[in-house]
Write a protein that binds this ligand. Structure first.
Ligand SMILES: NC(=O)c1ccc[n+]([C@@H]2O[C@H](COP(=O)([O-])OP(=O)(O)OC[C@H]3O[C@@H](n4cnc5c(N)ncnc54)[C@H](O)[C@@H]3O)[C@@H](O)[C@H]2O)c1
Length: 319
């Protein structure tokens, strides 16, 4: 099959290209940039700005399947500080990619959404009830990034209902693992914590955003890729969660990174930094019923290769 992965220069897209190549597909990668940490395995790689419709047409031309992972995104610090341009950029990418996929008569289209679509009023406590797919509306998602994701989900659904596009809509919950951004502002909490732990001397102190009692679930990249492929093959066209349902505090995330490093560190909590919602977890009932499978890798297992990779990167990057 001819498959295009947009966002193939990014974290999840790069891993997905590897998987699709291993399955024997002809893979086209498209992104503003090539992957930073390892060469892409894609058969062809288009450097393109998908905010432009012509780039989306070139990306989808001759393709059977589309995996739409291109997005202007980053950790909570980045998405909280860039509402206007991030929302505009992602609206353009998603609107143009859907129309290009329709015109190119692709067979299937997978859109990568986010747990940021869920309403903040369901996430005010650390002991949060896992979020079910049907709870995204009535809406009060994350400002900017989350509103755009919810809009793009709806738009993807309209292309399914009115144009017959065979779609998948996958809501990721905090994906982490090797080959993801670990500094520069676009990194997510697991990578940022691993970087801070790696840079601190044993017995030292690291800064943690918030009081550390905010909760999340974290899904390892290998489970994410397995889930993407299974969902694509499932035929399920409605939004579906893809995450772990192991709820941990940010303090427990720090504990896991310290254990991976073999270090004992103290924490300085910075309450002035953005923290996102108080608590968030994935309800995996639909996923488990549909696939007979759900993400399996515990945080303590997945954080070790993530930490090892970031620590090695920091060593090789140091003068
Ligand atoms: N990583 C997570 O925890 C997570 C959680 C929820 C949703 N998602 C979604 O999953 C998808 C992939 O995320 P990721 O973690 O790999 O992010 P990433 O930032 O590593 O990858 C996104 C890629 O999109 C590319 N891109 C941005 N603007 C573009 C443009 N105008 N034209 C072409 N390419 C462009 C970037 O260069 C980047 O390589 C995104 O849709 C993201 O919103 C990720």
């Amino acid at each position: 099959m001819n498959v295009v992965v947009t966002g193939a220069g990014g974290f999840i897209g790069h891993h997905l290209v590897n998987r699709l190549k291993a399955e024997g597909h002809h893979v086209r990668g498209v992104d503003l940039k090539r992957p930073e940490f390892a060469p892409s395995a894609a058969d062809e790689f288009q450097i393109a700005d998908l905010r432009h419709f012509e780039s989306c047409l070139r990306a989808t031309e001759g393709m059977d399947d589309v995996y739409q992972l291109a997005a202007d995104m980053g950790g909570i610090g980045y998405i909280s500080a860039n509402h206007a341009f991030l929302t505009r950029n992602n609206t353009l990418i998603n609107s143009h990619m859907l129309e290009a996929a329709r015109l190119s008569r692709v067979r299937r289209y997978l859109y990568t959404s986010s747990a940021c679509v869920y309403p903040s009023f369901l996430q005010n406590g650390a002991d949060v009830t896992p979020l079910r797919e049907t709870e995204a509306v009535p809406a009060d998602p994350e400002k900017g990034y989350g509103w755009e994701k919810l809009f793009a989900e709806q738009l993807t659904g309209y292309y399914h209902e009115e144009c017959g596009l065979d779609v998948r809509i996958v809501r990721f919950h905090n994906i982490y693992g090797p080959l993801g951004a670990y500094d520069g502002g676009r990194e997510k909490a697991p990578a940022a914590i691993c970087r801070k732990v790696a840079l601190a001397p044993d017995g030292g102190c690291i800064e943690v955003w918030g009081d550390g009692l905010q909760t999340r679930s974290f899904c390892y990249i290998e489970d994410c890729i397995e889930g993407i492929r299974r969902i694509m093959e499932s035929g399920y066209a409605r939004p579906i969660n893809l995450g772990r349902d192991e709820l941990v505090t940010v303090n427990q995330l720090v504990d896991a990174a310290c254990a991976a490093a073999g270090k004992e560190l103290t924490r300085r909590h910075d309450l002035t930094r953005p923290q996102g919602v108080r608590g968030r977890n994935s309800d995996n009932s639909v996923l488990a019923d549909l696939l007979g499978w759900q993400p399996e890798t515990a945080l303590c297992e997945g954080i070790q290769p993530t930490y090892d990779w970031i620590a090695a990167e920091l060593v090789s990057a140091s003068p």
